[in-house]
Design a protein around this ligand. Structure first.
Ligand code: 13P
Length: 305
């Protein structure tokens, strides 16, 4: 009889002293396999705190890179080396250096959806869950550059009243969700609460009920008395929402909101990753130290968890 794949993975996890972290956008089977699932911020925290020797990161490359920056000495693996993030590729360190040279006094805040080299050129990192708090912590009157997501950036400008210099990047998956999608979903599910990710476009955010990171969506749905919800974000979140909220209903605003990079990770690839110890994510030490400063400043502003 063949050994079920999850059993093989569990044996290898013990042998390698490995932990499996999965982002909320992963395939349902990958989320179910993981030791921890969460949003970018929660997974960064887990990566920094874990006692494991090996972190198998089921997400996209910038997330695995963040784990490698925070956990030197640990082996960080990504099960598919092509799981990139088009948003993070929309700005290079060279472009950021050029922008900084035009605004030498500016404080640079970068979304965690960025390369290690861009983080190294930034003063603060942030995630969608804490971008408002990070920007609010910056001395009033200071010029601020925010990269690379213009939609998250505009949301932060609106919430904080700070006038920031925005980079014109965007998440292709969130940009695919339209205002019409939300209106049609509302018509199909009257009374449902619409939760949109801050990476969504302005017209979508303008007609939603709540603007939340993926981790915040999970908390909101759990604590809400409402029985039905529409999500304007990557469809992978629906799995955890349903699992944690039996008796409540969840609908995707758009079935097109599927991140092809997140979906590159499969259960088989997680097994091969642990068997072959592939694909290792490493960050050159000079970049890692500077990038870690930006991440450490983010963590220092937030209440300890
Ligand atoms: P969260 O931090 O809300 O999980 O978002 C991750 C992401 O990549 C959004 O595009």
């Amino acid at each position: 009889m063949r050994t079920p794949i999850t059993e093989k993975i569990n044996r290898l996890k013990i042998k390698r002293n490995a932990v499996i972290l999965a982002h909320n956008y992963q395939e349902a089977e990958v989320q179910d396999l993981a030791d921890f699932t969460g949003d970018s911020l929660e997974l960064s925290r887990k990566a920094a705190q874990t006692q494991a020797d090996v972190i198998v990161f089921c997400g996209v490359k910038f997330m695995a890179e963040t784990a490698a920056i925070l956990s030197p000495g640990k082996t960080v693996l990504i099960p598919d080396r092509h799981a990139g993030c088009p948003l993070s590729d929309m700005i290079t360190a060279k472009q950021l250096i050029e922008l900084k040279s035009k605004h030498p006094e500016a404080v640079v805040v970068c979304y965690v959806n960025s390369s290690a080299a861009v983080k190294a050129e930034s003063d603060y990192c942030c995630t969608s869950a804490n971008a408002v708090e990070i920007v609010n912590s910056i001395e009033p009157g200071k010029e601020i550059i925010f990269v690379p997501d213009q939609h998250l950036g505009r949301f932060v400008v609106e919430k904080t009243g700070r006038d920031m210099i925005l980079w014109p990047g965007y998440c292709v998956t969130h940009a695919a969700i339209t205002e019409d999608d939300v209106k049609q979903a509302r018509a199909a599910h009257p009374g449902a609460i619409v939760m949109a990710h801050p990476d969504c476009t302005d017209p979508v955010k303008a007609i939603c009920d709540q603007i939340l990171s993926t981790g915040q969506m999970l908390k909101f749905a759990l604590n809400s008395d409402a029985k039905s919800f529409i999500t304007a974000t990557e469809t992978g979140i629906i799995h955890s929402l349903k699992k944690q909220n039996l008796g409540k209903e969840f609908f995707a605003a758009s079935e097109r909101a599927v991140c092809p990079n997140m979906k590159r990770i499969t259960v088989e690839k997680v097994l091969w990753s642990l068997e072959d110890m592939n694909y290792k994510i490493t960050v050159p030490e000079q970049i890692r130290i500077r990038a870690k400063n930006a991440l450490d400043r983010m963590v220092a502003i937030l209440p300890a968890k």
